[in-house]
Design a protein around this ligand. Structure first.
Ligand code: HDE
Length: 705
C-alpha cells in the first residue's frame, strides 16, 4: 500500500506538470464579464493582439521579428504525426476493470487477486484498413485494445472483435495489409476490401479462408462498439504463484448483447454520419449509460491442447465455447470520455509485449511477430523512445528505470546513479531488480531444428470456416453469401472471383453455389486442393451466431420518431415512456429542427431535420403524423426514404393512422414488423416488439437479387 500512495503522488505530480503545460492556473482577466486565462506564447509571454500580424503600416510588409506569429505558425506546421499504419481510425475511452473473484488458482497477476478490485483502463476501438478520416461503417475487423494500468505495471490486451486472424505467421502481415489498403498505383479504394488486390491475396492464401467467412459476416458491420464482442485471439499463458502454467484465451462479452447493421444500411450510415460509432460511444458515456463487457476466460491445459483437432498456437483457429466453456471473471466499464482526443486516443501506444507477472506469451508465431512490431511502430509514430512518459502511456504504479535522455524526456533519474550495479547504496544507488516480485518468463523447455516451417495442423484451412458457416442462422448465411457477391462484384479480374469460389466449395457447397450464381459465373470452378482433409462433421457452435443470441431487449438502442405538427402528443409520450422504461433513447425527426407543435399545443424540439436524420441512424422507427403533416411529407423524398429504408432494413415500424399515405408511397406492405399505433398500450407493445431488434422474416421478401 505504501508504494501505492507513492504512485498517487507521482501521478499527481505528473498531472500537475501537465496542468501547467495546458496553461491551467496563472493570470486571468475579464472578458465579456467572465474570468478567463490570459493568452500567452509558449514561453508564457502575455499576448496583446491575436488578430493581426506585426506590419509596417496597415498594408504591410509583415515583420520577421513577429515572434508570436512565427511561433504560432511553426507549431501549426508540425501538428501532424504519422497515422497508425493499421487501425488508424479509432476512438477511445477511460474506465475500469473490476474482478469478480480471485484467480489466484491460475494466475499471480495482481489485478486478478482480489474480488471487487478495480483497475483503471483505457480502451481504443478501431477499424483496420481505412485512414484516420475514413467512415466508421466500413466492412472491416474492429480493434478492441485494452490498456490495464495495474499495480504491477501496464498490461495491454490488444485484441479484435473477431476471434481469429487472416494469417498464421507475422511474416505475411505486411503483404496482407498492403493488399487490403488502397492500391499503390491509384491510392484507392479507401477503407474497403472490395478490390482486386485484397481478394487476389486472399485467394492465393487459403489460410485466410476462416477469417474470410468472419469478415463477410455481420461481425464486420457492428451497430455499435457497445454491441460487439472482443477477443485476445492468441492463446496466452497464465502462470500461478507456484510457477504452474495454464493456457488462456481472452473474451469480452458485451452486456447489451451483440448487434450488427445490414450492408445497405452501412453504406448509407457512412454518408449520413461517418462518425456513427464514435458518436454512439460518446453519447452513451456522456449520458451516463456506461457500456459494459464481461471478461471471459477459456482455460485449458496441455492435455486439451494435445487432444484438440487444431493447433492452439494457430491464430486462424478458435476453440469453440462448447468445447472449453467460458469463465466470466470480471467486468469492464467505460465511464469517461477523453479530455483531448490527440493526447489520449491518438497518442496511446499499445503493445502486446506489455504484460505483467502472472501472464505470459505462447509460441504463436503471429504473437511473437507482434511482440516485435508494436514497440517499433510507436517510435515511428510518436517520435521518441520517451512515449511512455506521456500520461496516457505511463503506468499509474511507481516505476523506476535507469533509462535517460532522448527526445522529450519528461523525467530523468535523480542523483548520481544512472547505471547498475553501483556502490552508492540505499536510495542513492537507484532502483535494483527484485527476484521475488519481478517478471519471470515461464521456463518452457524449447528445442528443435532451425527451419522455416509451420506446425502440421496449421494446414487445415477449411474445417473451421465450414463450422462457422453452419453455426449461422439462415438470415446470417444469406448475409455472408451477399457479402461475398458484393465484394467480388467489385473485383475486376474474373479469375480472382473464380479462385475465391474454388475455396468456398471446400467450405460449403451452398455457399459456393449461391456466390457463383450471384456473380453470374458461367461454370463452377474446380475446388481448390486442400492441404489437409476437411473435417466435415465438426458440430455447429451456436454461440457463433449473432442473431440466435440476440439480447431480446431494446436496452441501449435508439428509436427514431418522425413527427409533424399536429401529431398526437399522447401517443408520443406513451412511446417515449415505454422506450425509456426499457433503457432506450428516443429521438425526434421533424420537418424543421426547431421542432413541432403537437395536437395538444405543446412544442417539442427535434434532434434532426428530416433530410439529416435518415432512418439508418435508428434501430426502429415510428411515424407519428397528423393528416396535414402527412400531406406535406408526401412530397418530401427524404420522408419517403425514411420509411422505405426502415422497411428494407427489416426494422420494426410503428405508425399513426394519418401516416398511412406515406407508408403507401414508400411501398410498405404491412407485415408482422409493422404496428398501427392507436392507443398508449400499442406503444408499449411496439417497444416490446423492438426487443427482437429486427423483423428478419421480411428480409427475403424485399430482396429479389
Ligand atoms: Fe496489430 N498492429 N498487428 N493486430 N493491432 C497495430 O500498432 C501487427 C494483429 C491490433 O488502438 C500497429 O500501434 C502485426 C492481430 C489492434 O492503437 C502495428 C500483426 C490483432 C491495433 C501492428 C498484427 C491485432 C493494432 C499499428 C501480425 C488482434 C490498434 C499501430 C503479426 C489480436 C491498437 C500500432 C490501437 C495495431 C502490428 C496482427 C490488433 C503496426 C505485425 C492478430 C487492436 O504495430
Amino acid at each position: 500500500m505504501a508504494s501505492f500512495r507513492q504512485s498517487d503522488k507521482q501521478t499527481k505530480a505528473q498531472f500537475a506538470d501537465a496542468a501547467v503545460l495546458r496553461g491551467e492556473g496563472g493570470e486571468t482577466h475579464q472578458v465579456a464579464g467572465k474570468d478567463v486565462p490570459v493568452l500567452t506564447t509558449q514561453q508564457g509571454v502575455p499576448v496583446s493582439d491575436d488578430q493581426n500580424s506585426l506590419k509596417i503600416g496597415p498594408r504591410g510588409p509583415a515583420l520577421l521579428e513577429d515572434f508570436h506569429f512565427r511561433e504560432k505558425i511553426f507549431h501549426f506546421d508540425h501538428e501532424r504525426i504519422p497515422e497508425r499504419v493499421v487501425h488508424a481510425r479509432g476512438f477511445g475511452a477511460h474506465g475500469f476493470f473490476e474482478a469478480y473473484e480471485s484467480l489466484a488458482d491460475v494466475t499471480s497477476a495482481d489485478l486478478f487477486q482480489r474480488a471487487g478490485e478495480k483497475t483503471p483502463v483505457f480502451v481504443r476501438f478501431s477499424t483496420v484498413a481505412g485512414n484516420k478520416g475514413s467512415a466508421d461503417l466500413a466492412r472491416d475487423v474492429r480493434g478492441f485494445a485494452v490498456k490495464f494500468y495495474t499495480k504491477e505495471g501496464n498490461w495491454d490486451l490488444v485484441g479484435n472483435n473477431i476471434p481469429v486472424f487472416f494469417i498464421q505467421d507475422a511474416i505475411k502481415f505486411p503483404d496482407l495489409i498492403h493488399a487490403a489498403k488502397q492500391e499503390p498505383d491509384r491510392g484507392f479504394p479507401q477503407a474497403q476490401t472490395a478490390h482486386d488486390n485484397f481478394w487476389d491475396f486472399m485467394s492465393l492464401m487459403p489460410e485466410t479462408m476462416h477469417m474470410a467467412l468472419w469478415i463477410m459476416s455481420d461481425r464486420a458491420i457492428p451497430r455499435s462498439f457497445r454491441f460487439m464482442e472482443g477477443f485476445g485471439v492468441h492463446t496466452f499463458r497464465f502462470v500461478d504463484g507456484k510457477g504452474k502454467s495454464t493456457f488462456v484465451k481472452f473474451h469480452w462479452k458485451p452486456k447489451l448483447g451483440m448487434q450488427s447493421v445490414v450492408w445497405n444500411e452501412a453504406l448509407k450510415i457512412n454518408g449520413a454520419d461517418p462518425d456513427f460509432h464514435r458518436r454512439d460511444l460518446w453519447d452513451a458515456i456522456q449520458t451516463g449509460n456506461f457500456p459494459e463487457w464481461e471478461l471471459g476466460l477459456q482455460l485449458f491445459d496441455d492435455d486439451f491442447a494435445d487432444s484438440f483437432e487444431f493447433d492452439v498456437l494457430d491464430a486462424t483457429k478458435l476453440i469453440p465455447e462448447e468445447r472449453v466453456p467460458i469463465r466470466r471473471v470480471g467486468r469492464l466499464v467505460l465511464d469517461r470520455t477523453v479530455d483531448n482526443f490527440f493526447a489520449e486516443t491518438e497518442q496511446v501506444a499499445f503493445h502486446t509485449g506489455n504484460i505483467v507477472p502472472g501472464i505470459d506469451f505462447t509460441n504463436d508465431p503471429l504473437l511473437q511477430g507482434r511482440n516485435f512490431s508494436y514497440l517499433d511502430t510507436q517510435l515511428k509514430r510518436l517520435g521518441s523512445p520517451n512515449f511512455t512518459h506521456l500520461p496516457i502511456n505511463a503506468p499509474k504504479c511507481p516505476f523506476h528505470t535507469l533509462q535517460q535522455d532522448g527526445h522529450m524526456a519528461f523525467h530523468n533519474p535523480k542523483g548520481r546513479a544512472n547505471y547498475e550495479p553501483n556502490s552508492w547504496g540505499g536510495a542513492m544507488g537507484g532502483p535494483r531488480e527484485d527476484p521475488d516480485r519481478g517478471f519471470r518468463s515461464f521456463p518452457a523447455p524449447e528445442a528443435g531444428d532451425k527451419r522455416r516451417v509451420r506446425g502440421e495442423l496449421f494446414a487445415d484451412h477449411y474445417s473451421q470456416a465450414r463450422q462457422f458457416y453452419v453455426s449461422q442462422t439462415p438470415v446470417e448465411q444469406t448475409h455472408i453469401q451477399d457479402a461475398f457477391v458484393f465484394e467480388l462484384s467489385k473485383v475486376e479480374t474474373p479469375a480472382i472471383r473464380a479462385r475465391i469460389v474454388s475455396h468456398l466449395i471446400n467450405i460449403h457447397p451452398d455457399l459456393a453455389r449461391s456466390v457463383a450464381e450471384g456473380l453470374g459465373l458461367k461454370d463452377m470452378p474446380k475446388a481448390a486442393q486442400p492441404a489437409r482433409k476437411v473435417i466435415e462433421d465438426l458440430p455447429p457452435s451456436p454461440v457463433l451466431s449473432i442473431v440466435a443470441n440476440g439480447p431480446k431487449s431494446f436496452r441501449g438502442r435508439k428509436l427514431g420518431v418522425l413527427v409533424s405538427d399536429g401529431a398526437d402528443a399522447g401517443l408520443l409520450d406513451a412511446l417515449t415512456a415505454a422506450a425509456e422504461a426499457q433503457g432506450a433513447v428516443v429521438e425526434l425527426v421533424a420537418p424543421r429542427v426547431g421542432g413541432v407543435a403537437l395536437g395538444d399545443g405543446s412544442l417539442r424540439p427535434a434532434r434532426q431535420k428530416i433530410n439529416g436524420g435518415p432512418s439508418v441512424l435508428y434501430d426502429a422507427v415510428a411515424v407519428l403524423l397528423s393528416a396535414e403533416g402527412a400531406k406535406t411529407l408526401l412530397n418530401e423524398a427524404t420522408a419517403k426514404d425514411f420509411v422505405s429504408d426502415a422497411f428494407a432494413h427489416a426494422k420494426f415500424i410503428a405508425f399513426s393512422a394519418a401516416a398511412q399515405p406515406l407508408l403507401d408511397k414508400a411501398g410498405v406492405l404491412p407485415d408482422g414488423g409493422c404496428l398501427a399505433l392507436k392507443t398508449p398500450d400499442d406503444a408499449k407493445r411496439f417497444v416490446a416488439l423492438c426487443g427482437e431488434l429486427r423483423f428478419w422474416e421480411r428480409e427475403a421478401k424485399v430482396h429479389a437479387v
